[in-house]
Design a protein around this ligand. Sequence first.
Ligand code: DAK
Length: 259
Amino acid sequence: NKSMKFSHLNLFIQDRIATLKLNRPKALNALNKEMIMELHQAVEFLDENDEVRVVILTGEGEKSFVAGADITEFKDFNKKEGRALSATGHISLFNRISNASKPYIAAINGFALGGGLELAMACHVRIASANAKMGLPESSLGVIPGYGGTQRLIQLIGKGRALEMMFSAKMIDSETAEKYGLVNKICDPEALIMESLKMANSFIKNSGDAQAAIIRVVNSTLEGGQGFDSEIKEFGERFGSAEFAEGTKAFIEKRKPNF
Ligand code: DAK
């Protein structure tokens, strides 16, 4: 067993599973700069630690995972600061988790709003307690999601539902989130950590090297906005291929293609 303490974060490692718990319950675990920095440090540490195979990310208490970015902190930003902070957040934390060398399970123990839902979506899979509420309310504050939320939400639940959530700024409950595919599973609040450990143990049975490679490959098309460019390039490539020539020839000759 090993545990490490940060000022707004607890890290506990047991049986190759690390549990990272956000601990600023008075502000419903709203993400401030210090927490983002501490999370970055913890993620770097966990990535290098070969003893750890899976990470569970959760919030202290039964009320909130993370109720968003700390509104008191970002309300006075100017355009330059906003852009710089978004880029730093993407690189130092959100993409860092999503490109980690081991699976991250978000155990959503209550509100996951704005930056909090973005944090949960940066993890590889999500389990929510039945009382959890999720949303991207940024447009109600006159901003947009700035930590990858616009991209990760459409990947997880599709464009139509994602746009409705972002336009309405409304929260959805955990049942709706499960129906949408935003969370993999829901459970009673008191079973959340146990269910997360169960899932973590089901991952540990399999190759960690293979899982690291799976993360790299899955992310290679999902991240960096390369999807459309890649589609155009790959579409073009088909035109020089023998199979494309055969497929179109067969259609014109009214026969089955011979691939
Ligand atoms: N920031 C700061 N404090 C927060 C907070 C937040 N996001 N959420 C809650 N708190 C604080 C409350 O102010 C309150 O503090 P005290 O008044 O006790 O000092 C305490 O937590 C308890 O909250 P409530 O009293 O409001 O609790 P309720 O049960 O009544 O309501 C609630 C729970 C979750 C519905 C409510 O607290 C709420 O609406 N919270 C705000 C949710 C929200 O809009 N979150 C922000 C989403 S926008 C950026 C990148 C990304 C973003 C921003 C910038 N850059 C790159 C610059 C992301 C933006 C967002 O996350």
